[in-house]
Design a protein around this ligand. Structure first.
Ligand code: NAD
Length: 229
């Protein structure tokens, strides 16, 4: 199954578009979440991510995340592919999670591309890599960057092999994740979409559950397994 920003909306984490009505309403996603944007204004990008990290730290998993934990405990083979960088699925208790776009709480060196867990506070924003002195950056996948190959391959395998594919809270616009439900369709899976709005997937999904994930997913696990979230 695949999740997007919509599943965390009810935890108070804005979706990408909604996020832009906040602190940095005047900037495009490319300015805030691309290598070019980071090169142009690293301080702006670091501070925008610091703001997003504070929102994520203050947030808690919602009933939608918890319903997916219950689902994983009841389905023999369950893979949760997420485009979200907020880590809320793992915090909720989901185990087999593929974070396709990384995790906002992690940091890496912008030159060496290696994870960095500690650095000296020199007052520099962004902070400096202790090894090579390049700027540090969030360990997330930005527009124009490749996804980690191992995670993408695992996601493609899971989408090709599944019987049922749930697509929850994603606009189905950001590639390559957007292709996963269509791949599942081509391999004969029953595709179910959970979203209050129409997406490019809606016309082809077998079942549309129109509404918010925090209410639809608990109803789904209750209807299938009699489990109360
Ligand atoms: P998106 O912002 O493009 O689309 C969000 C989708 O969620 C929309 O289709 C919307 O109708 C739906 N939605 C809104 N509220 C919902 C709810 N309560 N229940 C179910 N659906 C709901 O998000 P995307 O498709 O994930 O793609 C945007 C990109 O931005 C991704 O790459 C993602 O990594 C990143 N992003 C992540 C987070 C996060 O980690 N929480 C937040 C914002 C953006």
């Amino acid at each position: 199954m695949l999740t997007g920003a919509g599943i965390s909306a009810e935890s108070g984490i804005p979706t990408f578009r909604a996020a832009q009505t906040g602190l940095y309403a005047q900037h495009s996603p490319q300015e805030l979440a691309s290598p070019e944007g980071f090169r142009k204004d690293p301080k702006l990008v670091w501070e925008w991510y610091a703001w997003r990290r504070s929102k994520v730290t203050a947030a808690n998993p919602n009933r939608g995340h918890l319903a997916l934990v219950a689902m994983e405990q009841r389905v023999p083979k369950f893979t949760l592919i997420t485009q979200n960088v907020d880590g809320l699925h793992r915090r909720a208790g989901s185990l087999n999670v593929l974070e396709l776009h990384g995790n906002i709480m992690n940091t890496k060196c912008s030159r060496e591309n290696t994870p960095v867990t500690g650095w000296q506070d020199t007052g520099s924003i962004p902070p400096i890599c202790p090894n090579c002195k390049a700027f540090l950056r969030p360990d997330v996948v930005w527009f124009g960057e490749s996804l980690p190959a191992d995670k993408l391959l695992a996601a493609l395998d899971a989408a090709s092999a599944c019987n049922v594919f749930l697509s929850v809270g994603t606009s189905t616009l950001v590639e390559p994740a957007a292709s996963l439900p269509f791949l599942a369709l081509r391999h004969g899976a029953v595709v179910i979409e959970v979203n209050p709005e129409q997406t490019p997937l809606s016309k082809q999904a077998a079942i549309i559950l129109s509404g918010e994930a925090g209410s639809i997913l608990p109803q789904l696990v209750n209807a299938v397994w009699g489990c109360v979230i």
